[in-house]
Design a binder for this molecule. Structure first.
Ligand SMILES: [Zn+2]
Length: 347
């Protein structure tokens, strides 16, 4: 039997994390929040990598071959590419997504001095009463999308007077909402899994249990651009679980009520023996789970493999609907993922 998870506490932490801005390259505040959540766990050793990831080491019953779990706090976002002559902002994307998934979204621009300016993402020709059918037909790209600032500016100079410059981070509103177990928000990828991983470790310490072998929690901060966990996994680690959302949609086995073991994605198959172990754990502990393949997907486990990491890697995570869009999952998938992490820690 696995210890019981405090789902309310997990979703409260997840909500806090979702409301903490952390586009790739601007993740310090979210890493701080994770560090705070883990502080106080008996025996835990917390460390930041030079790159800014959090590495938490938990001593095990035996020092045995180490294990690790990794999940990422960095999210999709944008950066100011250019201040236009009309005072509005041209953006460059951080991470991979089509512009239509953020059209109409509220944003905060973080200036170098730490101030924020509100705004929203719109098509350059947004008014239906002015541009008619063009509004529907225009291709959404870097040139046709812009930030309209909620400040009085009609020139590049006036925008610069607000403290805004090229390179400032543009953070999308996460719009977190919890209804009847459903959690709807941007950036459940991968904050949902960070919350599961942290809750698993907190649950262990609350019931006075210790991982079977020494285990590392790696909170990655550059996953969305492909090299998050390339560094920061200690050489002692022999088994690495990448905890990241499962892709839900037509033809997929994954759903919002299960955790999924992904056996193959764009980077090829994961580690057969470790996959077999994860399947056995799910069956032994009756964890609601699916097995799936993701057609357009790469993980931080693969980032570590590509960087030369010599470990077995598996990928598990909760089903997330409309990934890299306005995402949604359910507490049942979060509980299943947390239980799977717990089983991995204990067995
Ligand atoms: Zn992810």
């Amino acid at each position: 039997m696995l210890p019981k998870i405090d789902t309310t506490e997990m979703i409260e932490f997840l909500t806090r994390l979702l409301n903490t801005p952390s586009p790739t390259g601007f993740t310090e505040q979210a890493i701080d929040l994770c560090e705070d959540a883990l502080q106080g766990i008996p025996g835990i050793h917390l460390q930041r990598t030079r790159k800014g990831a959090l590495v938490a080491t938990l001593p095990g019953v035996t020092d045995g071959p180490w294990r690790a779990l990794t999940a990422h706090v960095d999210t999709l976002g944008a950066m100011v590419k250019e201040i236009k002559s009309n005072g509005r902002l041209k953006m460059t994307k951080l991470g991979g997504y089509p512009w239509n998934t953020v059209e109409g979204e509220g944003v905060r621009v973080y200036t170098a001095s730490g101030e924020t300016v509100r705004g929203s993402i719109l098509l350059t020709k947004a008014s239906v009463h002015v541009h008619g059918q063009d509004v529907g037909k225009t291709e959404r790209n870097d040139d046709t999308m812009e930030v309209r600032l909620d400040a009085r500016t009609e020139s590049a100079e006036e925008t610069r007077d607000l403290g805004i410059e090229v390179g400032d981070f543009v953070v999308f509103d996460p719009r977190v909402e919890v209804t009847d177990g459903f959690v709807r928000s941007r950036h459940l990828d991968d904050k949902a899994c960070v919350a599961c991983m942290i809750q698993a470790v907190k649950t262990l310490s609350e019931v006075g249990l210790t991982p079977k072998v020494s285990t590392v929690l790696h909170v990655s901060n550059y996953e969305e651009v492909g090299h998050g966990a390339a560094a920061g996994i200690p050489a002692e680690v022999s088994e690495l679980i990448s905890v990241d959302m499962a892709a839900v949609g037509n033809g997929q086995a994954s759903d919002e009520f299960h955790a999924t073991l992904c056996v193959k994605d764009s980077g090829g198959p994961y580690h057969y023996r470790l996959n077999q172990k994860m399947r056995r754990l799910a069956e032994d502990y009756e964890i609601p789970h699916k097995i799936d393949i993701y057609p357009y997907y790469g993980s931080d486990g693969e980032a570590f493999w590509r960087a030369g990491g010599d470990v077995a890697v598996s990928l598990i995570g909760p089903g997330v609907d409309a990934s890299h869009n306005y995402e949604r999952t359910h507490s049942e998938a979060l509980e299943a993922t947390t239980l799977w992490c717990l089983a991995f820690l204990l067995d």
